[in-house]
Design a protein around this ligand. Structure first.
Ligand SMILES: [Zn+2]
Ligand SMILES: [Zn+2]
Length: 333
């Protein structure tokens, strides 16, 4: 049986599980016509009203084959002597972003990207109805070394704890707010927009910038300019269109202007606010946390010494490279 075990010396969680089954035959299970290979459809957008588990979809959500987290498992919290253990009850889903096998976020039309954003929202809203799910990670990997090119999808991991990195981020935001009574990210946005040197692009609703302490070259954060703690509440007809356009331009800039590097995009949004464990959990989160997207380019190349990232490209230089490559690909001149 799989277990989430807590390392009490570091306070972080480790998933202990037997090795997975690995992928099967050569046929892509995510291409139209192969729907029966991917497991029962969880959700899909179908303009033509076609029935589930067949072709006709534009975005489709299916269970991940060798899932880390499963909804059918019972949630058990247990003390094992001095240690803490949890069963990995949750969900592992793939958002299949396009029916076209060779699409990437750089080749998809902004309208198609917008549909993917709406599907993220739909899945977050649905999964957060389950109060045993505490946190949901939405991530998107492009060109991971050692992984052959595959059908475009994002991964959704819903778990009964708050992800370690998210917990640290939430704590920093809360402490900043307790001290200053302002949102850390709103303050950061104000300062970065005024200084401009790390700003890559500003739209009416979003700012794309290279963070002050970027962990690697070209790391980019995309933040809504209007404060809000959760993606699913922040997505409106207007912001979705704006964000899809910005992401499309950004990924085309990486692909066409900067050598198409691999990347990981992660959505940072509030955990499930229905799943309070302690009194006072998330008491100020609506004011202290600010949802956003983070893109780390070639995370496998991260250089670290004793946990400290070493970035050999100044964030200001990365921002300049992104700005210079941008107009060439977006056609905005
Ligand atoms: Zn495919
Ligand atoms: Zn804010």
């Amino acid at each position: 049986m799989d277990e989430l075990r807590k390392d009490p010396t570091r306070g972080h969680w480790v998933l202990i599980r037997p090795a997975g089954k690995g992928s099967s035959s050569g046929d892509c299970p995510y291409c139209p016509g192969a729907e029966d290979l991917a497991g029962p459809e969880i959700a899909a957008y179908r303009k033509d009203g076609s029935p589930p588990n067949g072709p006709g979809w534009s975005v489709r959500v299916v269970p991940e084959g060798d899932a880390y987290f499963r909804i059918e498992w019972e949630l058990v919290r247990e003390g094992v002597g001095m240690f803490d253990m949890l069963t990995p009850r949750g969900a592992s889903e793939l958002v299949v972003e396009s029916p076209r096998h060779d699409d990437t976020l750089a080749t998809m039309a902004p309208e198609a990207l917008e549909a993917v954003l709406w599907m993220y929202r739909d899945r977050l809203v649905d999964l957060k109805r389950d109060s045993q799910i505490r946190d949901i990670l939405v991530s998107r990997r492009h060109r991971k070394p050692g992984v052959p090119p595959h059908h475009p999808y994002s991964r959704l991991s819903a778990i009964p704890i708050v992800f370690d990195e998210m917990r640290r981020e939430l704590r920093e935001a809360r402490e900043y707010y307790q001290y200053k009574r302002r949102c850390l990210y709103c303050d950061m946005l104000r300062q970065e927009i005024a200084a401009q040197e790390r700003v890559v692009r500003l739209t009416s609703a979003f700012a794309a910038l290279v963070p002050y302490a970027a962990r690697g070259p070209l790391e980019t954060w995309i933040l809504p300019r209007q404060h809000g703690c959760s993606f699913e509440e922040g997505l409106t007809a207007e912001t979705a269109r704006d964000l899809a356009r910005l992401l499309s331009d950004y990924f085309r800039t990486l692909a066409a202007g900067l050598g198409d590097p691999g990347y990981e995009m992660v959505l940072h949004t509030a955990p499930n606010l229905r799943s309070r464990i302690l009194q006072g959990d998330w008491a100020t989160i609506r004011d202290d946390y600010h949802w956003h997207l983070e893109v780390v380019v070639q995370p496998e190349h991260a250089n670290r010494v004793g946990g400290i990232f070493v970035n050999e490209t100044a964030p200001e230089v990365s921002a300049g490279r992104l700005r210079d490559a941008w107009p060439r690909v977006s056609g905005e001149g």
